[in-house]
Write a protein that binds this ligand. Structure first.
Ligand SMILES: [Cu+2]
Length: 122
């Protein structure tokens, strides 16, 4: 064991002593802060009941290359406003176990039709 590691464990022991440890229960593990990436793409299909979109998206720097793949939709999103062919911007929120889309904004349609904020074709 290096001196640095011994010092680390001494610090940990001191912290446990200082803050107490609730009768030996381990401290709660801190949930990892989710990473958020920006997605722009075209919706290929919508699974309203399963709350999933298949999206053909461009490169997402630091996350993945351009590809077509399914994404879960976050609980606060209105899936019904999205239809196949919509162009969307969204955040991909990547947690420990999965990823989902939030802040889905329909920015247009691949046929060029504009949509209003409610997702209806103008
Ligand atoms: Cu992908």
């Amino acid at each position: 064991m290096t001196r640095r590691i011994v010092f680390f464990w001494l610090l940990m022991a001191a912290a446990v002593t200082a803050f107490g440890c609730g009768g030996g229960t381990p401290p709660p593990t801190q949930p990892q802060k989710p990473a958020v990436f920006k997605l722009s793409g075209v919706v290929k299909s919508v699974d309203t009941d399963g709350r999933r979109l298949i999206v053909a998206h461009g490169d997402i720097p630091g996350f993945m290359r351009a590809m077509t793949m399914p994404y879960k939709v976050g609980p606060s999103e209105d899936v019904s406003k999205v239809t196949p062919g919509d162009k969307i911007d969204a955040n991909i929120v990547v947690g420990n176990a999965d990823a989902h889309l939030e802040n889905i904004q329909v920015t247009g349609h691949e046929d060029g039709a504009e949509k209003d904020a409610g997702g209806k074709t103008k």
